[in-house]
Design a protein around this ligand. Sequence first.
Ligand SMILES: Nc1ncnc2c1ncn2[C@@H]1O[C@H](COP(=O)(O)OP(=O)(O)OP(=O)(O)O)[C@@H](O)[C@H]1O
Ligand SMILES: [Mg+2]
Length: 242
Amino acid sequence: MNRQIQIDHLAFNYNNNLVLENISLQVFQNDYVAIIGPNGGGKTTLLKLLLGFLKPTSGSLRILGKTPKEARLSIGYLPQQINFNLDMPISVFDIVLQGRLAKNKLFYTKKDKKIANEKLELMNVKHLKNKKIKELSGGQRQRVLLSRALTKEPKILILDEPTASIDPQGQKEIYKLLKELPLTKLIVSHDINILLQGVNKVAYINKTLHLHDEIDTNTYIKDGHFCEMELLDYFRNHKCSI
Ligand SMILES: Nc1ncnc2c1ncn2[C@@H]1O[C@H](COP(=O)(O)OP(=O)(O)OP(=O)(O)O)[C@@H](O)[C@H]1O
Ligand SMILES: [Mg+2]
């Protein structure tokens, strides 16, 4: 199997505050990993380390055999918070095309535009392509940013709460689409009942990381109700970290 992410005994401090401790994780090609855990548990911090925005205090981290910074062009990323200047007169299509930006690239090709159109269509927002980004609703903007991440045609897709402002029907649609995308995916979400139905691994992070595979979520459905708290208890209490 093709190993794409290798984290060994990683720790991270913000100032003197230990946020992540002894994290080890391997992610293989086409793995779909749910990253769950309580607020402040360190999920976003781990993603920022994977992207090379932060440096481990100790331990090692390799992506596609490279350092996170070197691998960044191969990663599609949707951050938890976007600090967009909403007054910018930039169009949706131009935002999505940014997914094709590369070092020293001066103009977009026909192929770039074709891919951007395809991804907008996939995310059901092609009709918005000529609007200004500031004219969109929160959920529409999120779909556009997902289109941009996919337009990069990444080897690994990293999404931090991608459906936070999307309505329930839209959330279902997006998780269905994500499930079918043939690439490696790491997704942080608190919507565990939808997310866990598609994944093959669950990483529970609360300073330390516990990896679970072969999760059978069906055993947590009782009389049509998804027993979310019981499943979370299971993750908290079963420390089968590899
Ligand atoms: N820039 C920062 N400077 C100092 N401490 C930070 C910074 N960013 C996050 N932290 C702290 O690091 C810890 C982990 O934060 P992180 O954002 O990784 O959590 P999270 O699991 O993503 O939480 P949430 O579910 O709320 O998004 C928290 O205690 C937080 O207060
Ligand atoms: Mg977070």
